[in-house]
Structure formats: C-alpha cells, structure tokens
Write a protein that binds this ligand. Structure first.
Ligand code: COA
Length: 696
C-alpha cells in the first residue's frame, strides 16, 4: 500500500499530507507516516513550520475503529501526539470536511487551527461509549473552557466552522483554496510569533463548574459510564497539572474501552454499516422521479423523506380533501423545520416545488419508483398493484410500505413481481432512520439494490428482511407485547411494566407505546390474525385491550387508553378506571393477581424478543443477528448501549436465556415459551448469535 503520509518543503514551510481513504482514519500506516514525516522535518533546520492537511472529503474521522479489538501496533497515537507536543516546529492544522475524535485531537496539538467554511469539528466518542483518549479532555478546557468542552464531549455533536471560530476552537476560517490559505496563514504566524503556542502550557478556564452535579445529571440522562467519565476527565483538567490530567484521561479511556457498553455501541456502529450492504444485490436502477400513493401520516412522511433526498415526488390520493390534508401536513412540517432553523426558506421552497399532488393514478406513469402507503388491507393493496403493474414503465420499481402483509401476494397482483419490493418505513418516516427492505420471493437483485440505494440517499438505514407476518421488527414485538398484556391480567400495573422496561433502557414502555400507536390498531391486528387462524379465538392477551377499545379508550388520540391524558398533553397518567377494568377481567378468568418484581417483568418481555429473533435467523428472515439488532435499536427504542436484543442475549449467554425460557415454559402457557432450535443449539455449544450472519 502506498504511504498514506507525504510531505513537501517550500522554504521555511512544510506541508504534511495525509491521504488514507475513505475518512483518513489514524491507522497504523498513518501513525508510522506521521512519525517519519515529523522526524525528517524536525531534523531539517531550514523548516520552521509544518502544515498538517488531509486529502479526500475530510480532514480525519479519528482513530481507526477497525483496529479496536486487535493487538495495539506501535507507534500508538499517544506517541505521535507526544512527538507533536515536543516538536520544535510551529504546527498548523488545515481542516476541511470533518475533524472528528482523534482527528480533532491531532488538530488540538497544533499551535493554530484553520478551516474551510464547510468544516465540522466534533468529539463523537460518547456515541461509542468512550471519551476522547488523545488529550482533548485536557486541552479543550484550556482552549474554550471547561463547560463548553464538556458540552462538546457529552453531546458528541460536531460544530460548524463559524461556531468553532466564535468559540475559539479555530483561529481562522479560510475561504478559497485551503492549502494556499494555510501557507499564507503560516507565513503570517511565523512573522508575528516566535516558537510554539501549545495548549498544554495554558491554564484551564471555567473551573468553577459544579462537576459533581453535572456528573450526576449526565449519568442519569445518558445511562452510560462514559458520561460520568467524561465529566471526571474534564474535572481532572481543572484539578491537576497537565501530565497528571492526561494520565487520568488515559486510565478512564482504558476502562471504557473494555466496558460492555462500549463493545455494544461499537458493534452497532459496524453493524449499521454492514447491514446496509447485504450480499447479492444487483445494480441499482436509476431513480429521479418517484410517486407516493396515499397522503396519510405515512404517505406524507415518506413524501417528505423523498423530497429531502432530492427526488421529484408525485403524491396521489383518492379525494381532494385527503390530498389537501396531506399537502398541508407536508407544508407544516417544512414550516416547522424553517422555524427551528433546520433549513432555510429557499431550501423549503425548492423542496416543496418538487411535489406534484394529484388525484389521478395515471400521473405516476413516468415514476421510476412508486411507494404505496395506502390502508393496510390486502384487497386494497392488491387492487392498487394490479392497476400500477401495466401503468408504470418497464424499469420502474413498485414498493409497498406494508408493515405485516404478505409482500409476495401483493407482488403477484402487479403481474411483475420481479419489480416489487417492500419498503417498510417507521413512523414518522421523515424522522425515523429505519426502513425494512423486504425481499419478496420474486424480487430481482436490481429491484432490491434500488431500494437500498434510495434508502441510503434518504440517509436511512435499510435492513433486508424476508417475507413473513411482521417481517423482523413487528414479528418480534408480538411476543413482547403479548407478555406485557398478559402481565396486566396477572397483577402488574401498566405503570410498573412501563417503568421496569424504561429502567432496562427501552425508550418507552410497551403500554405507553400501545396508547400512542392506538390500541385499536393492535385490536385490528389480533382480529386479522384470529381470522387467519394464527391466534386462538379465546386468546387472553388481547382481552384488556379489546375491552378498552370497546369502552372508547383507544389510546392517546382519544385522551384515554391504558392511561389517561390531560387535554393537549402526551404525558400518561395512571387511571384507576383502568385498574378496575383489568381486575374485573382477571376475576372473570379466575386469575389470582400477584406482585411482580421489575426483574421478572423485564425477563418476561425481553426473552420472547430473543427467542423470536432466534427463529427469524433460523428461517433466514433476517440475514443475521446484527440485522435484528439494527432494527431494534433504530426502530423500537431498544437501548443502544445494550447493542440490541441478540447482542444482549450473547452478553447473558444462550444457556442462561434458555434457562429463563424453560422456567417460564414450566410455569406459564407452554405454547408461548417453546425455545427456538437455534437457541437450544447455542446453549449446548456455547456459541453466540453474533456468529450467525450471512453477510460475509
Ligand atoms: N475508522 C475506520 N473506519 C471508519 C471510521 C473510523 N474512525 N469512520 C468511518 N469509517 C469508515 C466506515 O466504516 C465506512 O466504511 P465502509 O465504506 O467500508 O462501510 C466508511 O468509513 C464511510 O463511513 P460512513 O459512516 O458510511 O460514511 P458517512 O459519510 O455517513 O459518515 C463519518 C462519515 C466519519 C461521519 C462516520 O463514519 C463516523 O461518524 N465515523 C466515526 C467517527 C468516530 O467516532 N471517531 C472517533 C473514533 S474513537
């Protein structure tokens, strides 16, 4: 491999260029190259300053994540950083694109930082359960102050060049050619100052911060050890001399690097990139024009996501009223984006100008991609696909947004099943990043690839799923919700169940989620499954939900469901009327209600997720455990720091999962607790779900 680091002399100035695609990660070869370059330039008395600049789209995304988990290779970044700190040369970092993590930390070792207007600087380590380990916790408080440093480290969000300049993180913003601007800047700096201007020689500012209060608040908010450690590290910058603080940062970083949370978060980072490139994809077909059928909440959200991604969108409805409601929903969303400063009015106008609302299905004839978001009913969808099939061009892709129906049956109705794919968006589709991309039995590799390419352009995470009732996510949630519902009859209150699962880390409890989604939706799904013979007619799990719906309590939209809601509020309040309904139903069924520990509640709900996940892998509905984990952490509020249900199962151990399932099987309805064959075999072999993936 070519040396990723080169240098070039021009009088008293030198430029060191890093070129390590795709993101100039500070890999072993880069570290070696930097060491060699610095050695050579330090030894050259003619050279007084060196500019560190990078090729490609960005300055650097920091440490090479692919090296995590393998044996460290010298020189370590700490060694290069020490070399930079002790250098005689005046160092200037010339930043474009992203300077993240170790990339920004390298820039903090330079005496000056300059950047192009589009540059963004950040410390995203917290997203990986880490803190910066290259001195940023010690140098940033000396540059911008303890509180702003903590904000940057704890949020993980990059700041733009203008903001960075205002905060003092940058010394200048360079418009035009960065290399040339950097040379001029370095010349001027050399003329003005003599010698280095290292951050380690400054005193930190803002040290009156109440670190103990901040540590408590951040740990509570984020639930990960890295949050508390970030505060401890910045506090050390205020408490100790530089070298002691640096050593403290190193030991906190080392502790986090071997923590289960960081392992989970790094696993997800890799999984989210892996699953979006599944094997067997063909060449994507070109897509510029799209159409969305149905302008309800889902349809208008999908239309916004397509408009945001730059597509032309024809939006089709059957009545003028419904169409106007959809368009107004889209306009309101854009108005609020402008209000919140997310986009400006010009961009809003440009996006809305690409929307063509119509009542005529014939106007979709030119579309390269049609996404159906109509009522969740097989008959309705089949009739629509039968009409679309002959109407659309030969290369067009037909996507259905069904969340559970048989994609093969919908595809067959079109007469061109090879062009049909499922694109199951999550609500609201303009916000939620997950899309399950459903690979029908006749879907062509090109059609599948097109759906992945469109999802990527929409900045969404596409996960391949096979055809089954509910695909990956909704199929798994069935068992989870079922137990949450049965627990009500057995004596646990909606509040306790929700609180226990939130404490486990779920973004929201199952009953609050049910109220938000609408208990009537769950009731309708049960009715369908009973009609299809997939659910016993006297099934208990839906009894409370059916009764609440019958009594006019379908959830948040009516101000009452399993909870009650004050007018205009989304905050669930415990409702004694619900407690009585549940108690009455339990009595009718002769159930002796009892107390539950939070631990038992969590186990009752999470074990079915894992068990069904195992079946989904066995049946090849998901390509592997990582697909399931990406679905759950991006679509169902599963805690990222647990890595997803299958990663969590590996952490507990398949034998322990099996033991819990077996004990529930002995005590409860055995039909709910049949262990998956894959779970059994892993429990015997000591293997892990992580090894089950068909991506490689
Ligand atoms: N080390 C090694 N590889 C990295 C990397 C890193 N720090 N950051 C990104 N990559 C790789 C990705 O794995 C991906 O590889 P692939 O094409 O083989 O799948 C490629 O670079 C592009 O990244 P991707 O995330 O798909 O592109 P993007 O443009 O959406 O995002 C970043 C780019 C840099 C914003 C994003 O990758 C990121 O946040 N990286 C992590 C940065 C970080 O946390 N650094 C601190 C490490 S401690």
């Amino acid at each position: 491999m070519a040396n990723p680091v080169t240098w070039h002399k021009e009088g008293r100035l030198a430029t060191i260029t890093v070129d390590n695609p795709p993101v100039n990660a500070l890999s072993h070869a880069v570290r070696l190259g930097l060491q060699t370059a610095l050695d050579a330039l330090e030894a050259d008395d003619e050279v007084a300053a060196a500019i560190l600049i990078c090729a490609g789209k960005s300055f650097s995304a920091g440490a090479d994540l692919r090296e995590f988990g393998s044996a460290p290779m010298a020189p370590a970044m700490a060694e290069i950083m020490r070399q930079m700190d002790e250098a005689r040369l005046v160092l200037v970092a010339a930043i474009h694109g992203l300077a993240l993590g170790g990339g920004l930390e390298t820039a903090l070792l330079c005496d000056y930082r300059i950047a192009t207007p589009d540059a963004r600087l950040g410390l995203p380590e917290i997203n990986l359960g880490l803190i910066p380990g290259g001195g940023a916790t010690q140098r940033l408080p000396r540059l911008i102050g303890a509180d702003p440093a903590l904000d940057m480290i704890l949020s993980g969000r990059p700041v733009g060049a203008e903001q960075a300049l205002a905060d003092g993180l940058l010394d200048a913003v360079i418009k035009g050619d960065l290399r040339k601007g950097a040379m001029e800047f370095a010349q001027a700096a050399l003329a003005k100052t003599k010698g280095r201007r290292r951050l380690r020689d400054r005193e930190p500012t803002g040290c009156e911060t109440d670190f103990a209060a901040r540590r408590l608040a951040e740990t509570k908010k984020r639930r990960i050890m890295a949050a508390g450690h970030a505060v401890r590290a910045v506090e050390a910058a205020c408490q100790f001399p530089f070298e002691t603080g640096l050593a403290k940062e190193a030991s906190l970083f080392a502790e986090l690097k071997s923590s289960p949370e960081s392992a989970a978060l790094r696993y997800l980072f890799a999984a989210e990139r892996k699953v979006t490139n599944p094997p067997g994809l063909g060449t994507p077909r070109p897509v510029t024009t799209s159409a969305v059928i149905g302008a309800g909440t889902m349809g208008s959200g999908v239309a916004i996501a397509l408009l945001n991604a730059g597509y032309q969108v024809t939006l089709v409805e059957t009545t003028q009223n419904a169409l106007e409601r959809g368009v107004s929903r889209i306009e309101q969303t854009y108005a609020s984006m402008v209000e919140r400063g997310r986009i400006d009015a010009t961009l809003r106008d440009e996006r809305i100008a690409r929307l063509s609302p119509t009542l005529s299905l014939a106007h979709t004839a030119e579309a390269d991609l049609v996404i159906e978001c109509v009522f969740e009913d097989m008959g309705v969808k089949q009739a629509l696909f039968a009409e679309l099939g002959p109407l659309l061009g030969p290369d067009a892709i037909l996507a259905t947004n069904t969340s559970a129906l048989d994609v093969n049956a919908i595809a067959a109705a079109s007469g061109r099943a090879q062009d049909v794919v499922g694109m199951h968006f999550f609500s609201p589709p303009n916000i939620m990043r997950l899309v399950e991309i459903v690979d029908g039995e006749a879907t062509s590799p090109n059609a599948l690839a097109t759906a992945f390419a469109v999802a990527k352009r929409m900045k969404k995470i596409g996960v391949r799923a096979g055809v089954c009732d509910g695909f990956i996510g909704n199929r798994m949630i069935g068992g989870y919700l079922r137990q949450a519902n049965l627990l009500l009859l057995e004596g646990a209150s909606p509040e306790q169940i929700d609180a226990a699962l939130r404490e486990f880390g779920m973004a929201m409890g199952p009953h609050q989620m049910g109220d938000m989604a609408g208990l009537d939706i769950q009731a309708a799904a049960r009715k369908r499954r009973k009609a299809e013979g997939k659910l016993a007619p006297d099934d208990r799990a839906g009894i409370v939900g059916d009764r609440l719906v019958a009594e006019g309590r379908p959830g948040l939209k009516a101000g009452k469901g399993l909870y009650r809601y004050e007018p205009g509020s989304r905050e669930p309040q415990a409702d004694p009327a619900v407690a009585s309904i549940i108690a009455e139903e339990a009595q009718k069924l002769d159930i002796n209600q009892r107390d539950f520990s939070d631990e038992e509640i969590v186990s009752r709900c999470i074990m079915p997720l894992i068990n069904e996940g195992a079946r989904i892998i066995e049946e090849r509905i998901a390509l592997g455990a990582q697909d399931i984990d990406v679905v759950y952490c991006n679509g169902y509020g599963f805690p990222r720091w647990r890595g997803g249900p299958m990663f969590h199962a590996d952490a507990i151990g398949a034998n322990n999962v099996l033991a819990q399932i077996e004990s529930f099987r002995a005590a409860l309805d055995p039909a709910d607790w049949e262990p998956a064959a894959l779970l059994r075999s892993l429990a015997i072999s000591g293997g892990s779900f992580a090894d089950h993936n068909r991506h490689d």
